[in-house]
Design a protein around this ligand. Structure first.
Ligand code: PDD
Length: 288
């Protein structure tokens, strides 16, 4: 399939979809983004993603280039031009084009790019065996709640994880609490409760994180949003969540094998529940 992208007011073949070299996204990473999943043509939690995009724009004082209803239509149209069964929509908004200057001297026309690609899927082995992670001390900025395109720390973290043969790197705060991954939120099961770092400026409010907490509550699993670390007594499972992973059991972190080293009951249950939700979206009568 020849990919078609939305770029600044028109749909173009991906190869022709370009932005200016003085775009502030290119020069300063001055922008924000969203990654949204779509199953069989039905979007997963689209309104929550649009809301988070609006919040991210507000947080860095970029005006949305159009209203949310129009943005939603553009996202849908981009999908229709690239209709993968399991699709990943990428939306990026930057402050716009201007001669390079840190100071924003004039009100600019924001740049907006939307693409639709196949949603990357974890391998069968990752699903059955779980994935592995390393920990790194958090070198990111102090507004990780904003979905900023400034992802250098995450790029380096992921690179280091791969170099060490792991799938993800988890950021630790100064006292060893697990904050989140390079592109995932992190959870543990401790004394039977699903534990995850509370929402503050050190973590992104993941849409899949919300879904995991919602599903856990429905299953009668206790939830604790509090700082946690890997050496707590009673820790029996770890997992990570994101739009591109759903929820994935993490069975080894650094040299620490988590419990039996196999996906635990809570991870398996939550993953099953998530996949059920995705399958339901594919049914013709579902709307989102
Ligand atoms: N990343 N934390 C960070 C730092 C992330 O980059 C992401 C997602 C998440 C999970 O958010 P959500 O559940 O809304 O996808 C948490 C996307 C997928 C990315 O950068 O590709």
């Amino acid at each position: 399939m020849t990919l078609t992208a939305w770029v600044n007011g028109e749909f173009l073949p991906l190869a022709d979809a370009t932005v200016h070299i003085e775009d502030r996204g290119f020069q300063f990473a001055d922008g924000v983004y969203e990654v949204i999943a779509c199953f069989g043509g039905t979007f997963l939690d689209l309104q929550a993603h649009l809301h988070r995009l609006e919040q991210s724009c507000q947080a860095i004082a970029i005006e949305l280039p159009c209203c949310l209803a129009e943005l939603e239509q553009l996202i849908r149209q981009t999908y229709q031009r690239n209709p993968y069964d399991d699709a990943m929509l990428y939306v990026q908004i930057t402050r716009g084009v201007a001669p390079r200057s840190h100071l924003i001297k004039a009100k600019l026309q924001p740049t907006m790019v939307i693409t639709s690609r196949a949603l990357p899927m974890p391998s069968d082995e990752q699903i059955t065996q779980g994935v592995t992670a390393i920990t790194l001390s958090d070198i990111r900025w102090k507004r990780c709640d904003i979905k900023s395109i400034a992802l250098l720390a995450s790029v380096l973290g992921k690179q280091e994880a791969t170099r060490q043969g792991a799938d993800e790197a988890f950021w630790l705060d100064d006292v060893g609490h697990v904050l989140e991954g390079c592109a995932t939120n992190c959870f543990a099961v401790i004394d039977g409760a699903l534990v995850t770092h509370p929402l503050d400026q050190q973590v992104l409010g993941g849409i899949t994180r919300d879904m995991a907490l919602r599903l856990a509550a429905e299953q009668g699993i206790a939830i604790e949003q509090r700082p946690w670390h890997l050496h707590e007594a009673g820790l029996s499972e770890c997992m990570m969540s994101s739009t591109t992973n759903a929820i994935m059991p993490v069975c080894k972190i650094n040299d620490q094998i988590i419990a039996t080293g196999k996906p635990g009951a809570v991870s398996i249950l939550l993953r099953q529940q998530m996949l059920k939700t995705f399958e339901a979206l594919k049914q013709p009568n579902e709307t989102n």
